[in-house]
Design a protein around this ligand. Structure first.
Ligand code: GLU
Length: 476
């Protein structure tokens, strides 16, 4: 059987990280099994329409490197792939359920339903439809449908259980009396998520439904629908919840949850995908860094966890740092210079800009860090850390600084080689070497005891600034 999966988002204007994970797992599963992946836009709720949301979604998926075999922007055999263009189909299927008595029209007013809900809440009963219209005869129903407003409800069985077999969770049993007579078609003739989703999954020949755990309560309704239509059930796989480090549900309050936020911070798509892949899946060993091809090769649903996946931002940034260091050098330089020039940080000379971004490459985790990491090269004022001051104030350090000032005029410029030569001379003259030699110089030049490679820093500073900083350090 050729695998067919789908990613079926309801565009809301931004892409949630959980959504990206669902898309990615579907994609990896499809590619691992030489199957097909469909993008289907679930936009039946017109009141939630957001201008530009679909374009934004497609841009994000492209950026992340998740490509589809069929979808609104590609076409395919089972389209159209916007549910809003398929309303006739859902109506037709709702009619057929009505005809077979698997569904019924419900004429209850909004007021009655509100009252019912209030009552059930007060009595601490589950909030669900009470079946008031379930047993209206088909003659009466047909007549009232001519003149009254109605919704179409699923006639769920009133005894026994519905079993959902889940590839990740195993068998989950639902008591039928607790499954609501779900609205399938609203009074304006628009379908609900449940009807449209099941009809489309069947018509698009989706045989594996991979989605977030929050959809589990809907799945028994879907199983009942499949049975009512007489269709073969797909396999279900519900992915674990994403959690904050304190194990609460991943929230906007504690973390950025929109993919766009990370994109703007300068997280690389390769790093984000790698990170997201590990939110609920592992290869079975402790490998953490995966290229897309490695993920495709290794991905199976058997290795997806049941328990919630903790979202650890530090790990994402650590990973991104790794990807930044692995980038092709000229790509890195171009991207970093582009970002810096956006905030007006440009030395007006290609070679110098290049030296700067390469010097800080090992010290950033996301591109956004470039701003802080390059302060050194653009701020006149130097703030010394406490540690730096300690180093600078040693007697031996003062000796080094004086010695450097004595020799500095021997060099017309102070490029990397000149600087190294000068330090050799100072080492001979003072007899100080290693950490005792380099740390004070770093402290005096950068105000810090760690940071980018010193010779590169000095070469950007030039002789004039180095002299000025040495004098400043001597006065400290
Ligand atoms: N439209 C639903 C969503 O926004 C799809 C859920 C499913 O995959 O069935 O996530």
């Amino acid at each position: 059987m050729a695998i067919r999966v789908r990613f079926a988002p309801s565009p809301t204007g931004f892409v949630h990280l959980g959504s990206l994970r669902t898309a990615l797992y579907n994609y990896l599963f499809a590619r691992h099994n030489q199957g097909k992946i469909v993008l289907r836009i679930e936009d039946t709720d017109q009141s939630r329409y957001v201008e530009g949301a679909v374009e934004n979604l497609i841009n994000i998926l492209n950026w992340a490197g998740i490509d589809f075999d069929e979808g609104p922007h590609i076409g395919g055999n089972y389209g159209p792939y916007h549910q809003s263009e398929r309303f006739d189909l859902y109506k037709k299927h709702s009619d057929s359920l009505l005809g077979e008595n698997y569904a019924y029209p419900c004429f209850c007013s909004a007021e009655r339903l509100d009252q019912l809900r209030e009552q059930q809440k007060q009595n601490e009963q589950p909030v669900m439809y009470d079946g008031h219209c379930r047993n209206i005869t088909s003659e009466e129903a047909a007549e009232r449908m001519q003149t009254e407003n109605y919704v179409v409800r699923l006639k769920t069985p009133r005894e026994g259980f519905t079993i959902v077999d889940d590839l990740i969770r195993g068998s989950v049993k639902f008591e039928n009396t607790l499954i609501d007579d779900q609205v399938l078609l609203k009074s304006d003739g628009f379908p609900t998520y449940h009807l449209a989703n099941v009809v489309d999954d069947h018509l698009m020949q989706i045989n594996h439904v991979i989605r977030g755990e929050e959809w589990i309560p809907s799945t028994p309704k879907h199983v009942i629908l499949y049975k009512a239509f007489g269709w073969q059930l797909p396999e279900f796989a519900h992915l674990p919840l994403l959690l904050n480090p304190d194990r609460s549900k991943l929230s906007k309050r504690q973390n950025d949850v929109a993919v766009e936020d990370y994109q703007q911070k300068g997280v690389l798509p390769e790093a984000l995908i790698n990170f997201v892949a590990l939110l609920g899946w592992n290869k079975g060993d402790d490998q953490e860094l995966f290229s897309k091809d490695e993920m495709i090769k290794a991905f199976t649903l058997e290795r997806v966890n049941k328990s919630g996946a903790v979202f650890d931002l530090n790990k994402l940034f650590w990973m991104n740092g790794h990807y930044i260091r692995n980038m092709n050098e000229s790509e890195y330089v171009a991207a970093a210079i582009r970002l810096l020039s956006k905030i007006g940080r440009d030395k007006g000379d290609k070679k110098t800009n290049r030296t700067i971004v390469l010097a800080v490459r090992n010290h950033i985790q996301v591109f956004d860090d470039l701003k802080q990491a390059t302060d050194l090269f653009f701020n006149e004022r130097l703030d010394y850390s406490e540690d730096a001051i300690k180093w600078i104030q040693l007697d031996s350090s003062k000796m080094i600084f004086k010695n450097m000032l004595d020799h500095i005029e021997e060099y017309s410029e102070l490029d990397i080689n000149d600087f190294k030569k000068m330090m050799k001379t100072v080492q001979h003259a003072t007899g100080i070497k290693g950490k005792e030699l380099w740390m004070p110089v770093r402290a005096a030049m950068t105000g810090l005891t760690e940071g980018p490679e010193l010779p590169a820093v000095i070469s950007v500073f030039g002789k004039h600034r180095v002299k000025q900083l040495l004098k400043q350090a001597l006065e400290l």
